[in-house]
Write a new protein. Structure first.
Length: 291
């Protein structure tokens, strides 16, 4: 039986900024919309959906990778199934419970906003499961970064702005592109670390396809996108430049990648990329609200 501490580690708390950041910056984008009523009570519900989805996908990946043997030689945080700390069935159940929580909270938003959001939610849950689950997981074919960009960038930010205001504007879309780039950068750093074990196990991630040097370049490029967005959002308000306060963190996040670090030495890149994303989102949200 896994301990409570192991279950928490298995939920991969370092990935939580991927769930929190899109909701935070979407709140700022919603508040910046002129002549629009914001339904504030929906913000914590949207945050619950996002958090439940990311913990669910983490447990789902742990289960699917574990039963395939992908995690047998994995470098990095604890894998519940791969390490033998928890049974595959219990980890699968944990994933299902998280997805159920996301579904119920999402249904509340759909009922009070637009019924077609039920379809969006169903696609998000399916995307979370089939990332590493099913007979042909798309995460094993190099599409993980695209999925993260779409689900934790475009869908999470634009979806939150929509349920808060009943519409999405260009500011929300720009913020979605920025957060999606950050989220994809987190996964790129993770997959650079795992190139040797993924290659051996047959998990053909984008990093495996691109190779080590180009993947490291991709990480830097993705980290640059949000700061381009910060400058572009000056058209909305000069306060958007507050997002630039996250640049030193992004530079620090890329440092192990630039230094050609491998294995455990790349874990700070994941942590600091997520932290840079969260700081950028909070600062940008504040800037949009002040503007």
């Amino acid at each position: 039986m896994a301990t409570a501490t192991q279950w928490i580690e298995g939920a991969r708390p370092r990935t939580l900024p991927n769930a929190i950041a899109p909701v935070v910056v979407a709140i700022g984008a919603a508040a910046a919309m002129a002549d629009t009523t914001v339904t504030w009570w929906k913000a914590p519900v949207a945050l619950l959906v996002s958090l439940a989805l990311i913990v669910g996908v983490n447990y789902s990946n742990d289960y699917s990778d574990g039963i395939r043997g992908t995690d047998d030689e994995r470098v990095g945080p604890l894998r519940l199934v791969g390490s033998g700390a928890a049974s595959p069935g219990s980890v699968r159940t944990a994933a299902v419970v998280c997805f159920a929580i996301a579904a119920v909270a999402g249904l509340v938003l759909a009922v009070t906003t637009a019924w077609w959001l039920v379809v969006v939610g169903a696609v998000c849950i399916a995307g979370a499961w089939f990332y590493t689950g099913g007979t042909k997981p798309y995460g094993y074919s190099g599409f993980g970064e695209i999925a993260v960009f779409v689900f934790f960038g475009l869908v999470a930010v634009c979806g939150t702005q929509f349920v808060l205001t009943d519409r999405v504007d260009l500011t929300g879309l720009a913020c979605a592109i920025a957060v999606g780039s950050f989220s994809s950068a987190v996964l790129v750093a993770n997959n650079i670390r795992d190139i040797p074990s993924d290659t051996e196990s047959g998990k053909i991630t984008l990093a495996v396809r691109l190779g080590d040097p180009r993947s490291r370049g991709l990480h830097a490029a993705l980290l640059a996108v949000p700061f381009v967005v910060s400058v572009a959002l000056v058209l909305q308000t000069p306060w958007s430049l507050l997002g630039l306060v996250a640049f030193p963190l992004a530079w620090k996040a890329n440092a192990p990648v630039r230094a050609r670090a491998h294995g455990l030495a790349l874990i700070p890149a994941l942590r600091d990329t997520g932290l840079a994303m969260l700081v950028w989102s909070v600062a940008t949200a504040v800037g949009l609200i002040l503007g």
